[in-house]
Design a protein around this ligand. Structure first.
Ligand code: PDD
Length: 289
């Protein structure tokens, strides 16, 4: 089945879709994005993604290209046209097309919108059963990692370092030795008391939607959640560790650098949290066919 993309008002075959060479997203990484999981006709936590998108845009003084209602229609329509049960919708908004010059272009420049969608096969059961490795890397990003900017070069470099070393993810570490987050995932540990520990949402990390949802689900279960920074050393001696994101959901971490956590198998608490999240997604009512 051919893939369909949405670009500035038109649905086009994926291979024929393109943006202008002076799109500021292309020239300055001057834009923001969202990745939303789609399961059986549901955009998982779509409202929270729209909320975060609007916040990212407003922090960068980029306008919405259309109303949230219209954007929701485009997201669902793009997903629907690509016909899959499990996948993702990617949306990107840049400040628009203008002659290359650093300051913002004139106020009548329209933000540019691209939406793509694709099937993502579920993570292989053997990856979940075995858990994944992460490596640590210095966090060399800017001070506004709360904005979901398309400027992802440091994230690309640390993810590549992880790949080269055979690891799934790189946990970035700030100047004080505390873990911020992964290249494209949030980082969590579980201590000896069974408490979930994850860095609080401020400028150093992205306010992950999966993180936010899992926090709410865990609290409903009466699990103690502590939002505080944790050091790399603490992570290496944690009872369990895991990461969360729109594409990985909840994924057990069994090794950090050379340190194997516990018995090297995914922790039981992590697996229950994954189950909790999978059940949450399965319960959603279909919102498009
Ligand atoms: N990444 N931290 C960073 C730096 C991220 O890029 C992401 C998401 C997350 C997890 O956020 P969420 O739960 O909302 O997906 C944390 C997306 C999936 C990506 O870039 O592909």
């Amino acid at each position: 089945m051919s893939r369909i993309a949405y670009v500035n008002g038109r649905y086009l075959p994926h291979g024929a879709a393109s943006v202008h060479i002076e799109d500021r997203g292309y020239q300055f990484a001057d834009g923001v994005y969202e990745v939303i999981a789609v399961r059986d006709g549901v955009l998982i936590d779509g409202d929270w993604h729209m909320e975060r998108l609007q916040r990212s845009l407003s922090e960068l003084q980029i306008g919405m290209p259309m109303s949230v209602t219209a954007l929701n229609v485009v997201l669902r329509e793009t997903a629907r046209r690509n016909r899959f049960r499990e996948g993702i919708v990617y949306l990107q908004i840049s400040r628009g097309v203008a002659r290359r010059d650093h300051p913002f272009p004139s106020a009548d420049t329209r933000p540019a919108l691209v939406v793509t969608a694709r099937r993502t096969p579920p993570l292989a059961a053997k990856i979940i059963d075995a858990g994944v490795s992460v490596i640590s890397q210095p966090d060399i990003r800017w001070d506004r990692c709360d904005i979901k900017s398309i400027s992802l070069l440091p994230n690309v470099l640390v993810k590549q370092a992880a790949r080269v070393q055979g690891a799934f993810e790189a946990w970035q570490v700030d100047g004080d030795g505390f873990v911020t987050e992964g290249a494209s995932t949030n980082a969590w540990i579980i201590n000896g008391d069974g408490h979930l520990i994850t860095r609080p949402v401020e400028n150093a990390i992205l306010n992950g939607i999966t993180r936010r949802r899992l926090l709410a689900l865990a609290k409903q279960q009466g699990i103690t959640v502590v939002e505080r920074p944790f050091s790399l050393a603490e992570a290496k001696s944690a009872r369990e560790a895991f990461l969360t994101s729109t594409t990985a959901f909840v994924l057990p971490v069994v090794r950090i650098d050379e340190t194997v956590l516990g018995n090297g198998r995914p922790g039981s608490r992590t697996l229950s949290l994954r189950q909790l999240y999978m059940e949450f997604m399965a319960e959603k009512e279909t919102d498009f066919d």
